[in-house]
Design a protein around this ligand. Structure first.
Ligand SMILES: [Zn+2]
Length: 205
């Protein structure tokens, strides 16, 4: 059931879902907060209260990203074939540069991330990335390829990413903004945006 609550000066909308789990989990989906709670939770508002600062911060970030994303434009004239070609060339280039290898590259419409890299060395690229500017595609590919060196988003990983993209924090923020635009596009195309999560950072692994 859809609910609303005031946290400081913000009115936050949320849904509650009770499941067979042990610990509560909070996530933002398409801008709305979802509370996934253990079935025996007595008062869901206690959970909100405990995490109200986190909720407030994330909600504010989403609001400002929505505003900022209005100034960005999607790339609409790139075909799926062109996009795959761009990605494959970049993957090969970065593999060569870093003396790494992979099993293959898959393209898939993904609802929660731009890309991923499995421990079996398979790269999966979200086909929706085709609407993004070249530099952001470059970055996502590089980011994933570098996961072959380091799986986690730790200091070592960001150090590696920093060698090629010293502005990676800015790029990650842009990727976040573009996520909203792509989401809008899907909505307007008449296809339901299924479970399009909003990645708060860049959840790819
Ligand atoms: Zn990553």
């Amino acid at each position: 059931m859809h609910k609303k609550i005031n946290i400081y000066d913000l009115e936050v909308e949320y849904d509650v879902d009770y499941r067979d789990i042990r610990y509560p989990r909070l996530e933002f989906r398409t801008g709305n907060l979802l509370l996934v709670l253990p079935k025996n939770t007595k008062d869901h508002k206690e959970v909100i209260d405990k995490h109200k600062n986190w909720i407030y911060r994330k909600n504010s970030e989403i609001i400002s990203s929505l505003k900022e994303s209005k100034d960005k434009k999607l790339v609409m004239d790139r075909t799926a074939e062109e996009f795959k070609e761009i990605v494959k060339n970049k993957v090969n280039l970065f593999l060569l540069e870093c003396d790494l290898n992979i099993n293959g590259v898959n393209f898939r419409n993904m609802s929660s991330k731009w890309a991923s890299c499995s421990s079996q060395k398979n790269l999966t690229i979200n086909t929706l990335l085709k609407y993004l500017p070249d530099r952001l595609i470059d970055y996502v590919v590089y980011h994933e390829v570098m996961h072959l060196k380091e799986r986690k988003h730790n200091e070592k990983f960001w150090g590696i990413v920093n060698k090629k993209f010293c502005d990676h924090q800015k790029i990650e923020k842009e990727l976040f903004l573009y996520w909203f635009l792509v989401q809008d596009l899907i909505k307007n195309s008449g296809k339901p945006p299924a479970n399009l999560y909003i990645p708060i950072l860049f959840p790819c692994s």
